[in-house]
Each structure stands twice: as structure tokens, then as C-alpha cells.
Write a protein that binds this ligand. Sequence first.
Ligand code: OXD
Length: 314
Amino acid sequence: MTRPSGTLVFSSAFDAFDVWRDALHAHLPDLAIVDASEVADPASIHYALAWKPPEGFFDKMVNLRLIINLGAGVDSLVGRRDLPAGVPITRITDPQMARMMAGYVLFATLRHAREIPFFEQAQRRGEWAYRHPRSPETIRVAVLGLGELGALAAMELQRQGFTVLGWSRSPRQIDGVQCFAGIETLDTVLEQADILVVMLPLTTDTRGLLDRERLSRLPQGAALINVARGALVDQAAMTDLLREGHIGSATLDVFAQEPLASTDPLWAMENVLITPHLASVAIPSSSARQIADNIVRVSRGEAPANQVDPSRGY
Ligand code: OXD
């Protein structure tokens, strides 16, 4: 195998540089791997592994050959003004990342399906508040977005016995999941969703997709789980509907503005569970190989795998 040399720069405020450097070095021993804070000359950089790098990060990286998005969603990358023209962008598609996401979705779905918030509140009151559990097949869970992450989550939910509906832009087939495609079918899916799981990419087509009107189509008391992007949902409308109880409860990992402002009413709502955008993360031990393979390809003049189409937004 070719052993690419050159320099890779790492930039992420959320991931540990040392762990990524060591994982990548195991596959790319001749590559210099530096943290963004150590870069004196941007022209010396050939590869960038980055998650939400600061504005202007790519300026002057005139020898850049590949940008690797350190995550699944590329929305924060594709719209940047400092992206060097013609440099391919790839994203990580890691089965372990998908598994971690499916685990979070399963946890959140079971939490709503088994009415755990109700029991937590009863416990605080010191009350033995029996509610008979519902059998999972009587609960319809709709997953919006059937990419790698959404499809695995839908399969896990189906394995747990839920009645699973899936919705995507283009037709998909998943065993045991009732799949719908196209915007004209979205309302039908929403109207049936006892639990709605949002797993769509954020693109110009999907921004604000779940507006007040669409959210109001959910059955009274439905639960909402958003593990994708906050901007897919009209947050003010969602907050109102949660307050009124039309949306019965929500598990929210993502928000239109992150971190969520400390004054945001969502923090204080009894029917909302907030986690700070960590439903799934890129895992160095399992992702390093595909990153290395792509660097090898690019160093040989070949196209990388998992390339992102900036015009499509994913
Ligand atoms: C991702 C994320 O897109 O963490 O990977 O949100």
C-alpha cells in the first residue's frame, strides 16, 4: 500500500487530538499530524480532519487535497465561504457511530414508550403510580431520514417490536419497516407517529421542514426525538406545542443555536429531556481506517470514498 506523506491538520473543540493522532498514525506512519494550534504555515497542509473549524480556517491552505468532516452531518461545512474550490470533502460513515446513534434513539424511544418521565415525576412525589405498560407493536415510531444512521435506528426499533414507519426523500426498503418517500407522503407519516424520530440531514430542502403546521399533524401527546439538527424544526413552534401538551414530551440532543441559551424555556420544561449534542460521535478506533484509506486514495490521485456533494448538502 502507498504510504502517504505530507501533513494533516486536526481541528475540533469536542474531540481529543492525541487519540485521533495515535489512531491515524497506526495506519499512516509517514504522515505528519498536527493540531490546528501548531500550524504556522497553512500552505504546508495537505489534509484536514475537522469538526466545525473556526471561520477562515481553510484560508491560505493552498495545497489542501482533502477535507474530512469529523462527523456524519456536513451542513456546517458545505456552506462555508472559506472552502477551497475543487477540494473533495468526505464524511465519516462508521458502523460504530451508527450503532451508538441507534443506541441513543432506542433509549429515548423506550423512555417515551415506557413512560419513564411519568414514573420519575411520581417518584419525586413519593407516589406508587402504576400505569400498565403498552405492548411495543401498538406504538408507532416514525423515523424521518433513512440514511446510514436512520436506517440502523429504524431496524433496531423494529427489532424491539415497535411498529416502525420510515420516511426519506427517495424510496428505501428496510425489512419490517413501512417506508414512505417524498414530501407528499410526509403528512401521512406524521399523522401516525406516536413517537417521531428526526434523523434527516440539514439541507436547503430540509431546513425548517418541521414547521408549526407539520408538527401540529402529530397525534395529540406524541413524543418527539431530535438527534439530527435543531434547524430542521421550528423551535418556537415546538416549544409552544410542548407547553400545550400537543407534543407530550421530547428528547432533544440538537438545537437551532448551540449551546442552547441558558434562558431558553425548554430547559425548565418537565416534559423535555435535553442532552448537549452527543447522541453519537465519531470513534477514532473504528473511523481511522476509512480516513486513512481516503488519504491513500487521494495521494494516488484517485477520488475518495464517501464524498459529499456540496450542492446537495450531504
Ligand atoms: C454529526 C454530529 O453530524 O455529531 O456527526 O452531529
